[in-house]
Design a protein around this ligand. Sequence first.
Ligand SMILES: [Zn+2]
Length: 332
Amino acid sequence: MSTVRNLIFKALRYSGLPFLFREIGQRRKVSIVMFHDLEPAVAERSFGYLAKRYNLISLDTYLDACRRGDASQLPPKALIITLDDGHIRNYELLPLIRKQLIPVTIFLCSGIIDTNRHYWFKFRHPNLLKPALKQMTNRQKLELLAKAGFTPETEFPEPQALRREQIREMQPYVNFQGHTHFHPCLPKCYDEEARVEIVQSKQVLEQEFKLRINALAYPNGDYSERDIELLKEAGYACGITVDYGFNTIHSDLYRLKRLSIDDPDSLDAVSVKASGVWTLLLSWLGKREQYRQVEAVSDAPRKAPAKVLRQLPTLILFHALDIPETVLAILA
Ligand SMILES: [Zn+2]
């Protein structure tokens, strides 16, 4: 992290704003924070900091309070620690989690764990950067990645995700939940792709890994109304976003809010980000949207008749001119 950035976080931390947010804004709320692939030493420092200032609770404790409609079982300044993706290094956090009994939820990609398959977002495309790939439909993205030598099923020499034995060993101390099968941006999937990603995630984790799955963290924090419906149909009790804010027992369980903390962040940054000050500041400055709900791409005309009808003359013209489907998809 740059020195200037460090200084900004230090200034913000000691401005008193994180303290005020924590002691007033977060006092009667449930905050959820997101990490990914933490080094054990960084995790020890960050979790230790959070444990001193918040009351760490498990996701299940929160869901149980919601089910009962009883906020009295939640401590003040409740905070849930989550880690996305199921990176193989998460296993190295086990001694810390076990020793300090830190309630942690790890969201797994069911098609990547226990294989040598890689996360698509860790593959370096020769010409396209990640933000560009995330803008495309999932199908287009996979086509381009395949041309560059990556498919979701490609087995590489080294694993990137947790192995079965590691998950089994961590299971008594860690709450494992779903993060789709191959980590696509869900709204960029067509209906059936999204359904398979969501349903398979739960089925594989439950049947092959004997986990009890009630939550899904939307990859990249992106979700649509359709994806929420698919989660409900598949039997998930909640969906976790990276929308800005905190939660209560009255929150929409399929739009749970979460604050992102980067893995190498200093304690100054952890303090500022866990309090919600950072995301709020970024959204005020127009650097980040507060909510990530978008419209899903759809190949089911019945769901978007107006749009299809509007595009029909163009589609007929393009078809007559024999313009490839990928160009049509981009224009759509
Ligand atoms: Zn992820």
